[in-house]
Every structure is written in C-alpha cells, then in structure tokens.
Design a protein around this ligand. Structure first.
Ligand code: HEC
Length: 203
C-alpha cells in the first residue's frame, strides 16, 4: 500500500481543515470587516451655511452628499473629470495640493473616482472654488459661465418657474453640495486649519 493511501483519512481531515480555514480567512473575515464600515464614515458633521436653507439637519445633508455622488456617477461626470492631483507635471500649480491617500478614506471616496481622462479639469479641489450660484448656472448651461465650454448641459436638474428663472431641483442641489465637498479637507489644512470641513463658497 502506498504511503499516501495509508494516511488517506488524515489527508482528508487535513484537507477539510485547510478548506475551512480558507473559507474563514478569505470569505468570512473580509465580509465581516466590510459590514463594520460605517455607511456614513468620514462625512461632514455640520451643514455649511450656504446649504442650511436646503438641509435642516446634518443627516439630511449627509444623505444629499451621498445622493450627489450617485448622480455624479450616473451622469458619468467622471468620464471627463479626474479626482486625483498627480505629483507630476506641476499639477499642483494648477489644481492645488497633490492628493494624498488619507483623502480617499471617506464614504464619499469609496470606491474612488480617480477618473480615466481629463476632458475637463480635475475636480479634487473644487470645494469653495466657485459659488453655488456659479455651479447652478454652469450646470444648467456651461456656456453661461465659460463661453467656449464643451461640457454638456444638464437642464434636467432644474425647473423653470413662471418668472422664467431656472431653480435647481433637489437633485441639482445635492450634486452641487457634493461638488462643494471635493477636497475641502485638504483645502482647509492648506489655508486655514480651523476652517470647517466645507469651505463657504466665494461670493
Ligand atoms: C464631455 C466632457 C464633460 C462631462 C461629461 C462633464 N464635464 Fe464638467 N467640464 C468639462 C470641461 C471641458 C470643463 C471646462 C470648461 C467649463 O468650465 O465648462 C468642465 C468644467 C467643469 C467644472 C468647473 C471646474 C472649475 O472650477 O473650473 C465643474 C464643477 C464641472 N465641470 C462639473 C461637472 C459635473 C458635475 C458633471 C456631470 C454632471 C460634468 N462636469 C460633466 C467637461 C465635461
């Protein structure tokens, strides 16, 4: 009788133990770790003044940010915009501080939206760079603010009232709220460490 056949029972048990170990370490433990991630991890803890009229509580504001991110994905904004300032080609002169791994550890960045190419500018440092009104005018029709823009218009985020003035819908506000958080933490550490998570948009 060959050696391996003499100990076949032991091999069977050892095999089963290894299989069980693999299921636990490769399946069960990672699944438990993912479940432990707080679905609101890293979200801002207060509503910035510019959004207080839209969101009465911080929970509503946080939900809007998550919704805004979903819309950003749905509209494939990431197809034309990156969210990663690279440490090459003096990008920091154009876009602000080079991205660091720590910035990508909030639920608004998981999975990260690095993007694939830049038809438009990188948006990693968009927070506070423009006013909300600028964003609404731009989203409604980019050529309103940048005459030669090739960015598509997104009029379905607005309703036009009787006075003919387009007003952003709930989704429109959520999308802009999301844009106004991009890189806010990094911007704050550069300009003012005491600044709140979301910098107030410029007038
Ligand atoms: C076809 C490519 C394309 C798509 C898709 C696109 N953009 Fe743009 N975007 C551009 C270009 C080009 C510019 C630069 C000209 C301008 O400001 O309009 C730009 C500029 C911007 C800016 C201004 C950045 C700054 O501060 O100068 C923001 C904000 C922006 N886009 C957001 C979005 C959002 C949100 C979406 C999705 C709803 C989106 N873009 C989809 C091409 C695109």
């Amino acid at each position: 009788m060959k050696m391996i056949e003499r100990f076949s029972g032991i091999f069977l048990i050892a095999g089963l133990i290894l299989l069980l170990g693999a299921i636990v370490s490769l399946g069960l433990v990672p699944a438990l770790m993912v479940d432990r991630l707080n679905p609101r991890y890293g979200l801002p803890q207060d509503v910035p003044p510019a959004f207080q009229k839209h969101y009465a509580t911080v929970t509503l504001y946080q939900s809007a940010l998550l919704r805004g991110r979903d819309l950003y994905i749905r509209e494939a904004c990431w197809h034309c915009h990156s969210q990663y300032v690279r440490p090459v080609a003096n990008e920091s002169l154009r876009y602000g501080p080079v991205s660091t791994p720590g910035e990508y550890q909030t639920v608004l960045q998981l999975p990260q939206l690095f993007g694939t190419r830049r038809v438009g500018p990188d948006l990693s440092r968009e927070a506070g760079k423009r006013s909300n009104d600028w964003h609404y005018a731009h989203l409604y029709q980019p050529m309103n603010t940048v005459p030669l823009s090739v960015m598509p218009a997104y009029p379905w985020y607005f309703t036009v009232g009787a006075d003919g003035v387009p007003q952003p819908t709930e989704d429109g506000v959520a999308l802009v709220a999301y844009l106004q958080t991009l890189g806010a933490a990094a911007n704050a550490t550069v300009s003012d460490p005491e600044a709140s998570y979301v910098l107030p948009p410029k007038e």
